[in-house]
Design a protein around this ligand. Structure first.
Ligand code: FES
Length: 161
C-alpha cells in the first residue's frame, strides 16, 4: 500500500502499489469528467504533482503528447489516468475548475456567476473565468464544444495504440 495526498482538500488515501491516480481520485468520490475514458487523450484528469514525482511511473509517449496541447501544463503536470503510484510521498494538486462536455451543460447555471473556472475538456483552456456571469450568448459561443468532444469520442473508439 502507498499513500496519496490530495490538495487543496487535504485528503489522504491509501492505495495499492500501481494504482493510477485517477482510480485514487475516484475512490475519494471526487468528480472527474474522464472525457476520453481514461485513455490519456484529454485534459479532464490533468493534475499537478506537488511532491513525489519520483514515486510515479514515468510519462508515456501518449501522455507526453496530450500534455503538450494542454493549457497550464508544466513540469509538475500528469494525466491522472496514466500515472501509477509506485512509491511514497505523492501529493497531488487537483485542478481549480470544472470541465464541461457540451455548452448545454452550462444551462443550469444560466444567469449565475461561475463558481470556478469552466474548462475545455480537450485542451484545458479557461472557457469562462470564475466569477463571470454565465450568459446565453456565452453558452452559444461554446456550441462548437460538442463537435470537438464528438471527435474525441470517435477517436477514442476507432484509434488503437
Ligand atoms: S481521462 Fe482523459 S486523459 Fe485521463
Amino acid at each position: 500500500m502507498k499513500s496519496v495526498q490530495f490538495e487543496p482538500i487535504n485528503s489522504r488515501i491509501q492505495v495499492n502499489t500501481n494504482t493510477n491516480i485517477l482510480e485514487a481520485i475516484l475512490a475519494e468520490e471526487l468528480d472527474v469528467l474522464m472525457a476520453c475514458g481514461g485513455k490519456g487523450m484529454c485534459a479532464t484528469c490533468h493534475v499537478h504533482v506537488e511532491t513525489g514525482q519520483q514515486s510515479l511511473t514515468p510519462r508515456t509517449e501518449r501522455e507526453q503528447r496530450t500534455l503538450g496541447r494542454i493549457t497550464g501544463c508544466n513540469t509538475q503536470s500528469r494525466l491522472a489516468c496514466q500515472a501509477r503510484v509506485i512509491g511514497e510521498g505523492v501529493v497531488i494538486r487537483l485542478p481549480d475548475g470544472m470541465y464541461i462536455e457540451r455548452a448545454e451543460d452550462l444551462m443550469k447555471y444560466l444567469g449565475t456567476r461561475a463558481g470556478s473556472n469552466v474548462l475545455h475538456p480537450i485542451d484545458g483552456s479557461v472557457l469562462i473565468e470564475k466569477g463571470k456571469i454565465i450568459t446565453k450568448s456565452r453558452i452559444r459561443d461554446l456550441e462548437s464544444l460538442r463537435e470537438c468532444y464528438g471527435k474525441l469520442r470517435t477517436a477514442n473508439t476507432t484509434r488503437s495504440y
